[in-house]
Design a protein around this ligand. Structure first.
Ligand code: AMP
Length: 277
């Protein structure tokens, strides 16, 4: 990868890190990168150290040939597919802790996850040295963690957060969706419906606890019982909120993680709340 980049020395280099099993969400990041960089590199690496659950790692979908076809069709200039032993020739000893940023949601339910994410992102940024790197809002907490990492360690890369691509029924595109049975696929869009319900209720009733309760009841009635979290958090710090702050143009994120069958899905929406009269 390094010698390829030395041979090209582009004026600007865009980078899209992925774990493969590509879909239109990933392709939208590639498009965003191509629009503002001379050269775009995508990486495909299912990073073992960010999985806290062995079964989840083994069940993670892999479809390398289809991925390569999609990248070629999308005119992505290069793809980096390192082997596990190349990324981790020996066990990593470093531990990165993001404190309040990882005390809730993904950080809480997937212990060690953001340590693994920040190590692999650091390695990839060091190898590729991109001008800009592209991430999806779908993994909002990941974006906040990576932003903190890049600031704290002075990586010379600008980060971009791209909007979540959805299926026509609202389901956030995800590599994990291909593991859903047809019955589960029908249920899955309810997660996004629940997020929108919380958003509407907060705007009209201004009561976070009640909004969460109603949306949880809605999901339970639909047959979704295994909800890990349905949280309203500060859009910037991601700290959990029980009450609105009533500040000017307050941005909140509504985030969910739930199991549909044995597939764990996450989603979020950001909304701006005007102050009450
Ligand atoms: P993954 O392969 O799931 O690790 O995702 C690689 C990148 O694609 C991450 O920055 C994700 O946030 C982003 N991504 C995943 N799904 C979507 C989506 N539906 N829309 C936009 N970006 C996405």
């Amino acid at each position: 990868m390094r010698s390829f980049l030395l041979g090209h020395s582009p004026r600007s280099l865009g980078f899209v890190p992925t774990m493969g099993a590509l879909h239109e969400g990933h392709l939208s990041l590639i498009e965003a990168s191509k629009a503002e960089n001379e050269l775009t590199v995508c990486s495909i690496f299912v990073n073992p150290i960010q999985f806290n659950n062995r079964n989840d790692l083994h069940a993670y979908p892999r479809s390398l040939q289809t991925d390569l076809d999609m990248l070629e069709k999308a005119d992505c200039h290069a793809v980096f597919i390192p082997a596990e032993g190349e990324m981790y020739p020996s066990e990593t000893r470093i531990r990165i802790n993001f404190e309040a940023l990882e005390n809730n949601m993904e950080g809480k339910y997937r212990p060690g996850h953001f340590n693994g994410v920040s190590i692999v992102v650091s390695k990839l940024l060091n190898i590729i040295k991109p001008t800009r790197a592209y991430f999806g809002q779908k993994d909002l907490q990941q974006f906040r963690v990576v932003s903190q990492l890049v600031r704290d360690l002075s990586f010379d890369t600008e980060l971009r957060c791209c909007p979540t691509k959805r299926e026509t029924d609202g389901l956030a595109m995800s590599s994990r969706n291909m593991r859903l049975t047809p019955e589960e696929r029908v249920l899955a869009p309810k997660l996004h419906e629940a997020l929108q319900m919380v958003g509407r209720l907060i705007l009209s009733e201004r009561n976070i606890i009640m909004a969460r309760k109603k949306a949880e009841d809605f999901l339970n009635k639909a047959g979704i019982h295994n909800i890990e979290y349905l949280r309203v958090v500060d859009g910037d710090t991601l700290e959990p909120m029980q009450l609105l702050k009533n500040s000017l143009d307050e941005e909140v994120a509504i985030c969910i993680a739930a199991y549909i069958g044995d597939v764990r899905l996450i989603d979020n929406i950001l909304i701006t709340i005007p102050p009450s009269e």
